[in-house]
Write a protein that binds this ligand. Sequence first.
Ligand code: OX2
Length: 833
Amino acid sequence: IESSIPAPLRDTWKKFAATEFSTKEEFQREVVRHVETTLARSLYNCDELAAYSGAALAMRDKLIIDWNKTQQAHTLADQKRVYYLSLEFLMGRTLDNALLNRDIKDYAVEGVSELGFRMEDLIDQEHDAALGNGGLGRLAACFLDSLASLSYPAWGYGLRYRYGIFKQEIIDGYQVEVPDYWLDFNPWEFPRHDITVDIMFYGYVRRYTEDDGSTVNIWEGGEVVQALAYDVPIPGYGTSTTNNLRLWSSKPSTGEFDFQKFNSGDYESSVRDQQRAETISAVLYPNDNIDVGKELRLKQQYFWVAASLYDIVRRFKKSHRAWTEFPHQVAIQLNDTHPTLAIVELMRILVDKEHLDWDTAWNITTETFGYTNHTVLPEALEKWSVPLFQNLLPRHLQIIYDINLFFLQSVERRFPKDRELLSRVSIIEESNPQVIRMAYLAIIGSKKVNGVAELHSDLIKTTIFKDFVKIFGPDKFTNVTNGVTPRRWLHQANPQLSALIKEKLGSYDFLKDLSLLSGLEKFADDKSFQKEWMDIKFRNKQRLAKYIKDTTGISVNPSALFDIQVKRIHEYKRQQMNIFGVISRYLSLKAMTKEERAKQVPRVSIFGGKAAPGYWMAKTIIRLITAVSEVVNNDVDIGDLLKVVFIEDYNVSKAEFLCPASDLSEHISTAGTEASGTSNMKFVLNGGLIIGTCDGANIEITREIGEERIFLFGNLAEDVEDLRHAHRYGKTPMDPALKEVCDEIQKGTFGEPGVFAGLIHALTEGGDYYLVSDDFASYLSTHKLVDEAFKDTAAWAHNTIVAVSRMGFFTSDRAINEYADEIWNIDPVKVDG
Ligand code: OX2
């Protein structure tokens, strides 16, 4: 490894090299030192936030030492690395996770307690790093944890948004968005003032002919902004490997101000230019599964992709290898189509800057990239308007046209005279204006394309990407079923359950090899084990009940069945069906005699999730949930039999206490719409059962845990098209129970019915696109089965134990190993501790 320190002096360095704390006392010394020096506080004014900060800074020092070792080991090993490009990393909190991954939580808890604090309170001071919307961003975070835990040489690349996903407040029953300014104090990031990249936008392309007759294209004359790197250490579990997540922040390129303007007295406009540059990384777009096509979003994408590729190429060039070696050293994974411009940017670097011929450059590029598709929803497939793109990235548009031309020529040769096929697979859609289909570009420029669960991977091959299977053959398309990290989603979220499992299995090895959970199955009928198991569930429910009481004032009975649906609010995820079901339950309870009511299983229906600020229908669904909760929770006839709760501002740290507290969770998307889902995995792993449709990973969960342990209902994906067709031709009368619910809403039972007119309209004139009516009867009858099953506590305990014991497949470690072997071709690198 190159060093700026002359060899004879390195011993002095080594003598004073930073060392890690490794005992309680050393940890305490570091905490106090940070409180007293870094924070300039003392014994006399150290509040919980300061104590959290001191502990976090101590922990960060420890991580950064391992981070340095890891980077050195990776440089020395000089093996192929993977770069995971994602516009979202929904990391949540770090302190607890880092303590657990480094296995020092026990003495850290004691250490802070002797300093006068409770670790839970300190952990609670931390602001979630919420740089993502939902499943896609959280998947990226779980993947980083697995990559580090499995010691793969891997980097994440993303944007350092100043504002993450908004905070949700519920005011008078409506969602209100509040900006999430989270960078006030963030001990987990390191600004790298020495790592900057200039990024250009706009401008024009100058074309000239070299002496040897070749043409060269130069993109110039544009506006330049600077990308500044911030590094976030990612500690693996049970290893010293600490990988890097590099987030780019935008700032003005040269100097602070335009001094010309400044001197001429135009101070305000010079500040405005500076702010314009900073705007690029200012805010995360708060949309999940919907494409809005704003220019600033395209700017974000190019800014991030160009800075990341510059960095990757710079690292590759240090090894002085031939360009053709690039795909043997570098794998780049595109998390959805958001980073697809990386394909075009690599071509620009290789052709325009490095002067490789087109075919060589194209071979290198297509060997380097892999593309993960996360959705088949048409409204989520990214398309960029050609005029907008032309203005912002003129040279990239030319390259896209060339990629398309060569691609279409090759298709034409193989399928002569199929003009329809050519227009169907063209990267450019001939609409007005023309648009660029980013998914097609991603497929054409990648070596492998994967879906995120079996059904979804089959669907992309038979529907949206069918023509490409014909062109490239089926082997280019593959499946990698999603997974979740058991470190955060079992060990950290549910420490009591994790400890109980450890007691039975003899060690915490299951956290590294989740298939070991199978060893639990033999205890499924052990009465005392069942009791301990259910007691833990009960305590987790008590904790949630307390949280609900403290934050909403609603009292819920922890012995009731806790039924939870927490995820982004979206019509395809069908929270509307859930709340209609709750209304239906309410109406049946109201119609019962006292004696009948006494036989019912009490329920708490818990909802949580954000609606995109511009998604009016999703906001209406939230309003209906809160309206129903106001009525039901205050109905004296109903009492504990039914409570409805909306948890404000659902995020990662809330998911961590919601998952362990559920008896039942809802994953009820219209079949064929939810690519995978990942919270379904988290809930089952924490000893809950699922009510769900045959969609996404629910299908594989069923296969693993057995169909007697999951409450499946509803129509199948293969029937959806026909059912929609029938609605369009007015051939589907509304389900009678749903009709009753609609009538009740229209009667005004839940307030001014006009507020909910859109929801009713979607079911009627709107053609019920999400098939709520078609699935409603089986949804309600399946909920009845749930009630019956819940009455038999021993059988319920048995089933949840067996289910957990069979969840090993759904670890993100398995997913990452599949990517590593089948897509990236990378091997782990050992880092000495
Ligand atoms: C989500 C999908 O909706 C979800 O089904 C999946 O589990 C998750 O990605 C991770 O793969 N935006 N978010 C998603 O897709 C898109 C697009």
